[in-house]
Design a protein around this ligand. Structure first.
Ligand SMILES: Cc1ncc(COP(=O)(O)O)c(C=O)c1O
Length: 490
């Protein structure tokens, strides 16, 4: 019978101490180990909970592990059919050792592995299929059609901006905003260090010069004091990015923009539904952009939206979006444009998703409340921000690990994955990555973004996540952290 090498991480010899069992559990991050005798035969099981209870009851780590071992354990022959294994899983029994004919563990059935909890997956069980079917039935599958117009109108209204243009993704949404505003060569655009790369890439696509600014520790978004310091006579625009769903310090940023006559392009890709002092993000600047990639608060598969305040700029953007073609005289090109159009099929999905936006945002906020309550009890975890003036859309629930957490972020991510929980690191700071290093100014430092980026982790945040799955995420965090604390303390 073949032997799965991963089983070795779970094994401890019966001659060892409780400390040995704890070391094995800390290493494997499964909250459990299997005790084997000299012949390799399984004789007992020990969980992290067993060790914790034993220590509370006054036992010491030097005592034999057989003192705390459960002899009455669940195990199955490695030849057992999958259904039989499945029946044995309970909320308490998540690991089932699989034994060969001599009683030696050769594999382990793991409930967490059978069911991976993803960071994000879309919810598409409203009117999406109906509306897409309508596109198919009527043949309106390209970029003309009623759904595009409807999506634009409803989206613009929702974000309190007069002109909305549906586009192919959130990246071109930003590029279109910059080009339509006339931002280009010789202009500087201030962008936060902590963001997805599309924010800075699009500045470079427009042939402008990005100026990278550190973020504010309270919101993880563009720090107005840094922005003010970085303004030069060439500064043309500021790009606040409402990161992970938290709005930026808009009053301060808008005041700076007014004072220096700068454009403001809000990158709202991650913050649909978020409010700043009761007003929707995207309603403050000259332009605002959104992404409807599959992991966003609402999705169209790929897709984006650009909002404009000024009708003349919006008109220019409509032409740029459609190859620079004259609106009256077809095939006459008055400028070098792009094909940035959204299809009617994408927009059909978007209209259906928009119908459920409030429900999705509420689900994200409920999810954040559950994580906040669970993680507040774990030492060394800083919860995501929500300033008193902010209504966080909690697109992607992210927290920061302090030193007292006792483990680096990357190790935690790896251990969470072993528990069937996908996680994500916070974005890497722009200033560290090769294409953007040349834009770091002499002596410039990015203390806040560097610290957040190194220690930040994002947890599964789908609106589809179940209460049981969220509890599994929290249990994995508690178990990994608790075992490490115990191991480090002794
Ligand atoms: C802050 C930010 N800006 C822009 C984008 C780009 O959007 P897209 O992936 O739709 O091009 C994303 C996400 O992907 C994002 O998170």
């Amino acid at each position: 019978m073949s032997h799965n090498p991963e089983i070795d991480d779970l094994l401890v010899r019966d001659g060892g101490t409780i400390r040995d069992a704890l070391a094995v559990i800390d290493h494997n991050a499964q909250g459990i180990c299997f005790v084997v005798d000299g012949g390799g035969k399984l004789v007992g099981v020990i969980t992290d909970g067993d060790i914790r209870r034993a220590l509370i009851a006054g036992r010491t780590l030097q005592q034999p592990l057989t003192d705390v071992m459960e002899r009455n354990f669940t195990a199955l022959p490695v030849t057992a059919p999958a259904e039989r294994i499945q029946e044995k899983f309970t909320s308490a029994v998540r690991h089932i050792p699989l034994l060969d004919e001599r009683g030696v563990p050769v594999d382990c059935a793991n409930l967490s592995r059978a069911h991976r909890i993803q960071v994000m997956s879309p919810q598409l069980d409203g009117n999406e299929l109906n509306y897409v079917t309508e596109c198919m039935r009527t043949g309106w599958i390209s970029s003309q059609g009623a759904f595009v117009k409807k999506f634009e109108a409803q989206f613009g209204e929702r974000c309190a901006m007069p002109h909305a243009l549906a586009v192919s993704n959130g990246t071109v949404a930003i590029h279109l905003a910059l080009e339509a505003l006339g931002v280009g060569e010789g202009d500087e655009v201030i962008v936060p260090d902590l963001t997805f790369a599309a924010s800075i890439n699009t500045i470079l696509h427009a042939r402008a010069t990005p100026v990278i600014a550190d973020v504010h520790p309270d919101t993880w978004t563009l720090d107005p004091a840094e922005v003010e310091r970085l303004i030069t006579p060439r500064t043309k625009a500021i790009m606040p990015v409402h990161l992970y769903g938290h709005p930026c310090h808009m009053d301060e940023l808008m005041a700076i923009a007014r004072k220096h006559k700068l454009f403001v392009v809000e990158d709202c890709a991650e913050a649909l539904g978020a409010l700043y002092k009761g007003k929707p993000v995207g309603s403050f600047g000259d332009a605002a952009t959104f992404s409807f990639f599959g992991n966003k608060t609402i999705t169209t598969g790929e897709g984006g939206m650009t909002l404009f305040r000024d009708p003349a700029v919006a008109e220019r953007a409509i032409v740029l979006r459609d190859h620079g073609m004259d609106k009256q005289k077809r095939y006459w090109h008055q400028m070098v444009g792009y094909n940035y159009r959204m299809t009617n099929v994408q927009a059909a999905i978007g209209v259906a998703q928009l119908e459920r936006l409030d429900e999705f945002v509420q689900a994200k906020r409920n999810l954040a409340a559950v994580y906040n309550a669970g993680l507040a009890a774990i030492a060394g975890v800083t919860l995501p921000p929500e300033e008193e003036w902010a209504f966080n859309g909690f697109w992607l629930y992210s927290c920061i690990l302090g030193e007292s957490f006792g483990m680096q972020r990357d190790e935690l991510m790896e251990k969470m994955m072993r528990n069937g929980v996908e996680t994500r690191p916070l974005f890497y700071p722009l200033h560290e990555m090769p294409p953007y290093r040349e834009f770091v100014l002499p002596g410039q430092r990015f203390e806040v973004s560097t610290r957040l980026s190194q220690a930040g982790i994002s947890l599964p945040s789908s609106v589809t996540i179940t209460a049981a799955e969220q509890e599994s995420v929290l249990n994995a965090m508690r178990s990994i952290h608790g075992t490490r604390k115990l191991h480090a303390a002794v």
